[in-house]
Design a protein around this ligand. Structure first.
Ligand code: AMP
Length: 413
């Protein structure tokens, strides 16, 4: 028998109501905040990600699913931001209204070593606001993420924020780190020894115990942050305070992608375990639009990992059919009548199903129970003679005879 590819999941029917709950809550909230949906393709020119995320990013270095087509190399998208900025520019959205607020949901692909909360195909629920440098927009995006979590019924998470400063500030931090970590390389994990060469900022948020010890001894003062960036961050915090959003400032929070500058943030949850505790993350990327050939405009966004939200929420599997009407027939004539009813009910917008297998009444009732049907409609010779059905309310147990002509009216009440 074939098995699914490691690091992928089957989302089974029992789980779908959870996905719908989160998706519906977030669509409602996005619309309240005046965001519009965008659906870019799942494959892009691989160079888009090399350019945006940076050649040294782990995603680009070793996690992209690449598809070669003669000279072209396509990548299954590992994240949404680069695609959305590409779509924004390619479709001239900046020409009609340079300020856009967008959201998206869908599958992302990264060639990771599969483990809890780390998949090769996972789903993002994200937003991107393009066209503003204003710190209040950072706060709006964080508050939007916060609202999605609370209305999605997810509790117990924390929000961490930090500022990376502008590109110049990041450079200064990198060179400070280079000086102070040079003599401590032996105390860093293997991955951080590579990060030291390629992407030194990532050493700051390594979860490895010994790296954490080294990092906390560095006593980062934030002195590399320039005045404008410090002021921007102050205004983000003030805006969050006025929105009454709880957050922690975490000077060691960095994001692994080149495009991030200034504000970065994470929503973390204890159920995810210490290695990857982020439900979602995001930040500002004020240089990306220009780097991809567009105008000089600021932007900020975030993405939640749906599968991580699922771990944090740990819902019970459900069969979402409490409105289902289940038709049980006895005998051939009743079966024909049952099929007619089935069609009438569905046309009237009432969810309905039947026992096609001709089970005994007891067996069919068990089936109705398993499906968590709200009502059972029984048709036998007796009912046929009276041009009626027996209707059983499965939650109260009440049973009554209803004329065939009145059944839709009755069920709609
Ligand atoms: P990133 O694009 O890496 O900032 O990821 C944003 C969010 O996507 C993370 O906080 C996770 O919730 C989720 N995520 C990232 N990578 C994976 C993965 N390999 N498997 C599952 N979820 C992921």
């Amino acid at each position: 028998m074939f098995k699914r590819v490691p690091g992928t999941r089957d989302i089974l029917p029992g789980e779908i109501s959870w996905w719908l709950k989160i998706e519906e809550a977030s669509r409602r909230i996005f619309s309240l905040y005046n965001y519009q949906e965008i659906r870019p393709p799942l494959i892009e020119d691989a160079r888009l990600f090399n350019r945006s995320l940076g050649e040294s990013a782990e995603i680009v270095q070793k996690q992209m699913f690449l598809v070669r087509n003669n000279e072209d190399i396509y990548a299954l998208r590992p994240e949404g931001t680069a695609s959305i900025v590409r779509a924004y520019l390619e479709n001239n959205l900046d020409k009609t209204n340079s300020f856009v607020k967008l959201y998206y949901t869908g599958a992302m692909f990264r060639m990771e070593r599969p483990q809890k909360g780390r998949l090769r195909q996972f789903h993002h629920l994200g937003s991107e606001v393009i066209g503003s440098y204003q710190p209040q927009v950072d706060a709006e995006v964080i508050s939007l993420g916060n609202r999605i979590l609370t209305e999605g019924g997810i509790n117990g998470y924390k929000i961490k924020i930090n500022t990376l400063g502008c590109r110049q500030d990041k450079k200064e931090l990198s060179s400070n780190l280079n000086k102070s970590l040079k003599d401590k390389l032996g105390q860093l994990c293997k991955e951080c020894q590579v990060r030291f060469e390629r992407n030194i900022l990532r050493v700051l948020d390594c979860k490895n115990e010994s790296c954490r010890e080294v990092v906390s001894s560095l006593n980062l003062s934030g002195s590399h942050i320039c005045k404008e960036c410090a002021d921007h961050f102050k205004q983000v915090r003030e805006a969050l305070d006025s929105l009454k959003i709880n957050y922690q400032v975490s000077p060691y929070l960095v994001r692994g992608l080149d495009y991030y500058t200034r504000t970065v943030f994470e929503f973390i949850h204890p159920n995810l375990g210490p290695q990857q505790d982020a439900l979602g993350a995001g930040g500002r990327y004020d240089n990306l639009v220009k780097d991809l050939g567009g105008p000089e405009i600021g932007a900020v966004g975030f993405a939640f990992g749906m599968e991580r939200l699922l771990i944090a929420d740990s819902p019970q599997p459900t069969v979402n059919s409490n409105k289902l009407v289940y038709i049980i027939t006895m005998g051939d004539a009743a079966k024909k009548q049952g099929v007619r009813f089935l069609d009438q009910l569905r046309r009237a917008g009432i969810a309905a199903d039947t026992d096609y297998e001709g089970r005994t009444l007891k067996g069919a009732m068990r089936q109705a129970n398993d499906l968590k049907a709200g009502f059972v409609l029984i048709i036998g010779d007796n009912e046929l003679n009276k041009d009626a059905v027996t209707l059983k309310n499965m939650s109260s147990g009440e049973q009554k005879e209803v004329k065939s002509a009145d059944i839709i009216e009755e069920l709609k009440c």
